[in-house]
Structure formats: structure tokens, C-alpha cells
Ligand binder design. Structure first.
Ligand SMILES: CCCCCCCCCCCCCCCCCCCCCCCC(=O)SCCNC(=O)CCNC(=O)[C@H](O)C(C)(C)COP(=O)(O)OP(=O)(O)OC[C@H]1O[C@@H](n2cnc3c(N)ncnc32)[C@H](O)[C@@H]1OP(=O)(O)O
Ligand SMILES: NC(=O)C1=CN([C@@H]2O[C@H](COP(=O)(O)OP(=O)(O)OC[C@H]3O[C@@H](n4cnc5c(N)ncnc54)[C@H](OP(=O)(O)O)[C@@H]3O)[C@@H](O)[C@H]2O)C=CC1
Length: 515
């Protein structure tokens, strides 16, 4: 019997960010392994014209929840969506709902965040810092609370090379930042943002670090743990391999490469690609929730949920695995044949951006215009280049994360829990994982049917022929121009022609002699 699964039985659990990538997998695992839990409260906002109920209905009816419905047929009765916007005071939660949350909640999993790299500081602070502070305030009024699990990121201290499972102070106190944002106008905030974030690459990593400080300072009287995952990718094993539902991290890049848009990337081939499957993060999170509530460690424990130190894979290997998978399961209607490359040099990166990204897009848009259609490829390509430029920081560096707490937690688990809540990345086979990841991207993000693979392969063959034809034509045109303008080119051309002629004559003469 799993001790962790039993622990969550009968519990009232509050999850923020349950509609997000990590939140959904967390909820799924909880329902599947502890179907006798009492209730999961989820803080949800209406979005994109959908009510809370519609959003929950959509999640429960997705493929991700198919197994849950078998083990927990009354799952819809156990999920209690609470209308909440984390950007508002008291999250805009009604008095009755707040009362219920305060009096019933046993465990909190705080997953909600803005994960955008380019969010204005004000918005990122509001969600990643102020909302965390408010949730801690709520938590301190919950008499039945046993554990508060805060999801941060392994990159919150990405300005350091070696990162321990400790909280590193930021130069400016979170409280001071929150206070000053109240009276500073947006223009000034934008101006001081680079100075505040210092040697971090974006507002996301900076505000996640501030969020950790808030947890450390204001959660002293609570039973708290912080989870720091690295780059969260598709599921490894559970509920099935390869599930993914958003474009963050590598998923968007896999699409861009598979569809032939991404042909070159400024990345350091030997840098560690610290991917971590989302189900591994969820298993560690649930194990940490159990450990924090049952063992009540004296201080806040931080768990690094990373792969680099236990089972490292570099970007070169990962890229090759991705490309090899495209051979077997190509994406449909590719723009060009997938054949991307890594470069470390900024100049050669700019050259390839011009030649391999922008030039084909401009030529294609020209063709669209000629055929009376609206050009769109250059705009799309510029957007892709902007996204890539934001990811570059993370694919050109390696970090070392110590994992002593994570390893300690693993050793505290019973053999059954180590199996049911497996977060041992040493068992992960990267090639198999990447194959399933690419397949998952094709099925769950692009919604492409496996039956379309022969047609996709045919399309790629056609693209290869067009590519050869285009290159030959280009070569001939350039050569013709050179011959017209340069005596040296003419001489080389004459030399090649006379050499070929002599070779052919010799060949013909020797075959006549043999006869
Ligand atoms: C020899 C070897 C050969 C090599 C082969 C190459 C194979 C290639 C595959 C290998 C993979 C390599 C990939 C490396 C990826 C590394 C990722 C590192 C990330 C570090 C993460 C740190 C961990 C965290 O804690 S945070 C969680 C991660 N967060 C994110 O990823 C957020 C990133 N996204 C953003 O910040 C924004 O979306 C932004 C700035 C990128 C774009 O903003 P913008 O306002 O311009 O657009 P949006 O409105 O957001 O979206 C517009 C459009 O783009 C789609 N989109 C959004 N995000 C991405 C994305 N990451 N990739 C691609 N596309 C994206 C979005 O859906 C929209 O599409 P529409 O169709 O218009 O709706
Ligand atoms: N994905 C990754 O690679 C990594 C993620 N993390 C961390 O994991 C956690 C989860 O990330 P992930 O699931 O990928 O992110 P997602 O963007 O998929 O999910 C974010 C969640 O936060 C919710 N949210 C955002 N703003 C509000 C708001 N104003 N009110 C209520 N809810 C809100 C979203 O709700 P809605 O659906 O309404 O938008 C969504 O449920 C985050 O804390 C992130 O920092 C850490 C490392 C890597």
C-alpha cells in the first residue's frame, strides 16, 4: 500500500494553476492514486469566453483524464472550482467560498504563475510575488493546514552557476518592490526593470526568485516546501507517455523544427539540456507534500527537480534524437524538410537566420502575393526568431543544481512509493522519452493523425526535390553571371569543359579498343 496515496485520502486540497500544464497533471495523479480524497478546490478564472464549469468540463473530458474516470467515476463531484483571479485583492473570492477554503483546506499546491519571459515587471510581480504573499496570508488563517507546497523554478537563481537547495536573497526586498510598484508609473517601471533584474535574463526568473523570498519570510509559521523544476517537458510514463498541451519550453521549438521553420539555433551543443518530465515533477511534488505534512521538517526544504546531475543529456544529443524521430514520424504539411543545426557563433547565427529563415519566408510570401493570397510567412518567421532569442539564454549555458534534499526524500519513500511516485530520473531513457515527446507533440498539440504519415513522407520527398532543383538553378544562374563578368571564371569553365571532353574521348577510345 502506498503511504503517500493513503495520506491524501480524505484530504481537502487547494490547487492554484490547476488549469495549467503542471496543474492538470498534478490533479490527474491525485485523483488516480487517491480516489478517496475528499475534495480538490481549484482557483480558476473565467477565460476566453468560457465559464469555470466549462473549463473544468473540458479538462475532465480530455484524454489526460480517461484513466481517472475509471478509478474515480465521481471525479466531477470531488472537484470544486472556485472563481478567483489571482491579480485581485483576496483573489476576488466570494465570502462564502473564502470561509470554506479557510476552514477546510489541508494541503495547498501553489502552481499558478505567469511563465512568460517578456511580461512587464508589474504584472509578473503581481502574480509571482504579490499573489504568493496573499496565498500565504490565507494559509496562515487555515487551522487545518498541514502543508504548503510552492512551485518555483530551478532558474530562479540562474545568475549563479552552482545552485544549492537554499534561498538566495535578492538585493532589493520583495516588499520594497511591491510598495514601489504601487506608485511608480509604467514608463518608469520599464526603465528600471533592467537594473532590478540585474544579471537575470527576464522578469520571470527574477519574480520567481522574489516569490521564494516571500515564501521564506512570510511562511515561517507554516509547514512549507519549495519545488524547483528545470525545463518541464511532456509526460514520461503517466498517465501515458508523451502528453503535452502547451507550447512552452521545447514543445514550440519541436513544432518549429518539425514543420521546417526552425533550421538553425544558437545553442551550445555540449551544454546540458535540463529537461524534466512533467509527471516526474508531479511525483516529487506529491511526495514532498506528504513528507512536509508528516515529518514537519524544522526549516523550509527546497527540492531541485532536475535531470542534469543524475542523468545528463546535452542539446546536441537531444537535437539529434528529435531529428531522428522526425524521420519516422514526420509532421504534416511541412514548410521545408526538417534539418536544423546548432551554431555557437553570433555572426554565423545571423547569417543562417537571414539565409535559412528570412529568405525562404520572403520568397514564399512573394509566391503567395503572386497567387493572390495574403503573405504571412515573414511575420511568422519574425515571431519565431523573437521567441528563439528569448530561449537562447537557457540553451547556451549549463547549471549545476545540488539535489541532496531530493535524494533524501527518495530514500525516505517505501519501495511501493518509490514505484508509484517515481521521480528517479536515472531510470529515464532519453531517446525513448524524446521519441514519445515528439509523437505527443504531433498527436496532442498538432492534432495530427498517424494515418497521415505516408502522405507527410511523400510531401517531404517533394520538398527535397524542390530543394535540389532550386539549388541547381541557383548555382547555374550564379555561374552564368560569373562567366559573363569574370575572365578567371571563363578560364575555369573552359578548363572544366575541355577536361570533361578529353576524359570522355579517352573513355570512348579505350572502350572501342576493347571491342
Ligand atoms: C544537430 C542538432 C540539430 C538540432 C535540431 C533542432 C531540434 C529542435 C528541438 C530541440 C529543442 C530545443 C529547444 C530549446 C528550448 C529551451 C527552452 C528553455 C526554457 C527555459 C525555461 C525555464 C523554465 C521555466 O521555469 S519557465 C516555463 C517556460 N516558459 C516559457 O517557455 C514561456 C515562453 N514564452 C513566452 O515567454 C512568450 O510566449 C513569448 C515571449 C515567447 C512569445 O510572446 P508573444 O507575445 O510574441 O506571443 P504569444 O502571444 O505568447 O504567442 C504567439 C504565438 O506563438 C506561440 N508560442 C508561444 N510560446 C511559444 C514557444 N515557446 N514556442 C513557439 N511558439 C510559441 C503561441 O501559441 C502563439 O501562437 P498563435 O498561433 O498566434 O496562437
Ligand atoms: N513549464 C515549465 O517549463 C516550468 C514551470 N515551472 C513552474 O511551474 C508552475 C506551473 O507552470 P505551468 O503549468 O507550466 O504554467 P502554465 O502557464 O501552463 O499555467 C499557469 C497557471 O496559472 C494560472 N494563472 C495565471 N494567472 C492567473 C490569474 N491571474 N488568476 C488565476 N490563475 C492564474 C493559469 O490559469 P489560466 O488557465 O486561467 O491562464 C494556469 O492555470 C509555475 O509556477 C512555473 O513557474 C517551473 C519550471 C519550469
Amino acid at each position: 500500500m502506498s503511504m503517500i496515496a493513503a495520506f491524501y485520502g480524505g484530504k481537502s486540497i487547494l490547487i492554484t494553476g490547476a488549469t495549467g500544464f503542471l496543474g492538470k497533471v498534478l490533479m490527474e495523479k491525485l485523483f488516480r492514486t487517491s480516489p478517496n480524497l475528499k475534495v480538490i478546490y481549484i482557483l480558476v478564472r473565467p477565460k476566453a469566453g468560457q465559464t469555470l464549469q466549462q473549463r473544468v468540463f473540458q479538462i475532465l473530458n480530455s484524454k489526460l483524464f480517461e484513466k481517472v474516470k475509471e478509478v474515480c467515476p465521481n471525479v466531477h463531484e470531488k472537484i470544486r472550482p472556485i472563481c478567483a483571479d489571482l491579480n485581485q485583492n483576496d483573489f476576488g473570492i466570494s465570502k462564502e467560498d473564502m470561509q470554506e477554503l479557510l476552514s477546510c483546506t489541508n494541503i495547498i499546491f501553489h502552481c499558478a504563475a505567469t511563465v512568460r519571459f517578456d511580461d512587464p515587471l508589474r504584472h509578473a510581480v503581481q502574480l509571482n510575488v504579490t499573489a504568493t504573499q496573499q496565498l500565504l496570508q490565507m494559509a496562515s488563517e487555515m487551522p487545518r493546514l498541514e502543508a504548503f507546497i510552492h512551485i518555483s523554478t530551478a532558474y530562479s537563481n540562474c545568475n549563479l552557476k552552482h545552485i544549492d537547495e537554499v534561498i538566495y536573497p535578492c538585493p532589493v526586498e520583495p516588499k520594497k518592490i511591491i510598495d514601489s510598484l504601487e506608485w511608480l508609473d509604467d514608463a518608469i517601471v520599464d526603465e528600471i526593470t533592467p537594473k532590478l533584474i540585474g544579471d537575470r535574463p527576464n522578469t520571470y526568473t527574477y519574480t520567481k526568485a522574489l516569490g521564494e523570498m516571500v515564501v521564506h519570510q512570510e511562511g515561517r509559521n507554516l509547514n512549507i516546501a519549495i519545488i524547483r523544476p528545470s525545463i518541464v517537458g511532456a509526460t514520461w510514463q503517466e498517465p501515458f507517455p508523451g502528453w503535452v498541451d502547451n507550447l512552452n519550453g521545447p514543445s514550440g521549438m519541436i513544432i518549429a523544427a518539425g514543420k521546417g521553420f526552425l533550421r538553425s539555433l544558437r545553442a551550445t551543443p555540449m551544454a546540458v539540456a535540463d529537461l524534466i518530465p512533467v509527471d516526474t515533477v508531479v511525483n516529487l511534488t506529491l511526495a514532498a507534500g506528504w513528507y512536509t505534512a508528516v515529518h514537519r521538517p524544522k526549516s523550509t526544504l527546497i527540492y531541485h527537480c532536475t535531470s542534469g546531475n543524475l542523468n545528463p543529456c546535452n542539446w546536441l544529443k537531444m537535437g539529434l534524437y528529435v531529428l531522428a524521430t522526425f524521420e519516422k514520424v514526420p509532421f504534416e504539411k511541412a514548410f521545408r524538410r526538417p534539418n536544423a543545426d546548432f551554431t555557437t557563433n553570433i555572426l554565423s547565427n545571423q547569417y543562417w537566420n537571414a539565409v535559412s529563415h528570412l529568405a525562404p519566408a520572403i520568397i514564399y510570401d512573394f509566391y503567395l502575393r503572386l497567387t493572390g493570397r495574403k503573405p504571412r510567412m515573414t511575420k511568422l518567421m519574425n515571431r519565431l526568431l523573437r521567441t528563439i532569442s528569448m530561449l537562447e539564454y537557457f540553451i547556451n549555458r549549463s547549471w549545476e543544481w545540488s539535489t541532496a534534499n531530493t535524494e533524501m526524500l527518495m530514500s525516505e519513500l517505501s519501495p511501493e512509493d518509490q514505484r508509484v511516485f517515481n521521480f528517479d530520473v536515472r531510470q529515464l531513457n532519453w531517446l525513448e522519452y524524446i521519441e514519445n515527446y515528439v509523437l505527443g507533440v504531433k498527436k496532442y498539440l498538432l492534432k495530427e493523425d498517424m494515418a497521415g504519415i505516408p502522405k507527410a513522407k511523400q510531401h517531404l520527398k517533394r520538398l527535397r526535390n524542390i530543394h535540389y532543383l532550386f539549388n541547381t538553378a541557383l548555382f547555374l544562374i550564379i555561374w552564368r553571371l560569373l562567366i559573363a563578368r569574370s575572365q578567371m571564371a571563363r578560364n575555369i569553365w573552359l578548363f572544366i569543359v575541355s577536361f570533361c571532353y578529353k576524359f570522355l574521348s579517352y573513355f570512348r577510345a579505350s572502350s572501342t579498343l576493347k571491342v
